[in-house]
Write a protein that binds this ligand. Structure first.
Ligand SMILES: Nc1nc2c(ncn2[C@@H]2O[C@H](COP(=O)(O)OP(=O)(O)OP(=O)(O)O)[C@@H](O)[C@H]2O)c(=O)[nH]1
Length: 307
């Protein structure tokens, strides 16, 4: 190895990379793959991610800070949708690189909206075509890529499958070449900027998204009322409050003889134990708080819009 190479390896690098795209294209799945650990919740329903979340990947002298964002979407009628779009848009500036994630050969008006937002950015934009495992006829991929490439000057186009990891290493190596020299922003053992309390509420929300019917998840949010560490055993005692908008929704979350909320609690506790690496005692309650998703002040008190 040359002296120059040895010298370069000892220089600290750090930079921010935004992951943007419309809802449900696989941004959070990609972030989890890039980190090799699950920190961002995912589900088959659109608009699972509601907050901006940082995923920190430190390898030797290099620290990459990925910004996972809520999916950008046209519908902005409700206060919650406005805040989600704002959180996503604010992450577009001041980064080293943007990963624009789209889904196979499927293109929608929301994708067009994202392209418009990216039109004037100063940093390079990498087009990431996700879910290629779902594209049956691969011959359609090339003309599709050619068509999208006319809409924006992409630095490169990488087809991937975030679900099974295909192509993710290529993204990692491209990201590395865009890191400026500089001190690490976070301690090397950090994987996210978010508190354990926040992660606990997200894990519960993921189970609500996954186990409730198609419409209900958008009327539900979670507040952590208690987060205590038992000093003797190290066990976490967590109380979560599930807020819904109407009485009928409360019944649906609880389920027949409490079976639904029990399932949500069991699955959330399992994930929490894995994430926190300790035993967890979790209790869940459901409460009606009408109109929480339309009221910007109520949303702020629930932690929305701080992003
Ligand atoms: N087949 C397939 N499914 C994928 C792939 N990546 C993600 N998915 C699925 O797509 C759905 C959405 O993934 P998410 O990671 O939650 O998508 P997102 O873009 O973060 O969604 P929002 O939170 O709505 O912005 C989930 O059901 C994932 O399992 C992939 O490479 N292949």
């Amino acid at each position: 190895m040359t002296d120059q190479k040895i010298k370069d390896q000892n220089i600290s690098h750090c930079g921010f990379v935004s992951i943007v795209g419309r809802p449900n294209v696989g941004k959070s799945t990609l972030l989890n793959q890039l980190l090799g650990q699950k920190i961002s919740i995912t589900s088959r329903k659109a608009q699972t991610t509601r907050h901006r979340i940082l995923g920190i990947d430190t390898e030797g002298n290099d620290q990459v800070i990925y910004i996972d964002t809520p999916g950008l979407h046209i519908e902005e009628k409700r206060a919650i949708n406005r805040l989600m779009n704002r959180a996503a848009s604010s992450s577009i500036g001041h980064v080293e690189l943007i990963l624009f994630v789209v889904e196979g050969t499927r293109w929608t008006d929301d994708d067009d909206m994202v392209v418009k937002k990216l039109q004037d950015v100063k940093c390079p934009v990498l087009l990431v075509i996700n879910k290629i495992d779902n594209v049956q006829d691969k011959t359609k991929l090339l003309p599709h890529i050619q068509e999208i490439s006319q809409r924006l000057n992409f630095m490169d186009v990488i087809p991937i499958s975030a679900e099974n990891g295909e192509g993710v290493d290529i993204i990692k190596s491209i990201v590395k070449t865009h890191l400026p020299t500089g001190e690490h922003h976070f301690p090397d053992d950090y994987i996210t900027d978010r508190s354990q309390r926040f992660m606990a509420s997200e894990i519960i929300r993921e189970k609500l998204m996954r186990f409730l019917g198609d419409e209900l998840p958008y009327s539900v949010t979670v507040e952590i009322e208690q987060f205590k560490v038992d000093e003797k055993t190290g066990m976490y005692r967590i109380n979560g409050l599930i807020l819904v908008e109407r009485d009928g929704q409360k019944k649906m979350v609880i389920g027949n003889q409490g079976e639904k909320i029990k399932k949500i609690g069991t699955e959330a506790r399992k994930d929490m134990q894995e994430f926190f690496q300790t035993k967890v005692h979790l209790e869940l309650w459901v409460k009606v708080k009408a109109g929480w998703a339309d009221d910007e002040r109520a949303l702020r008190s629930l932690g929305y819009g701080d992003d």
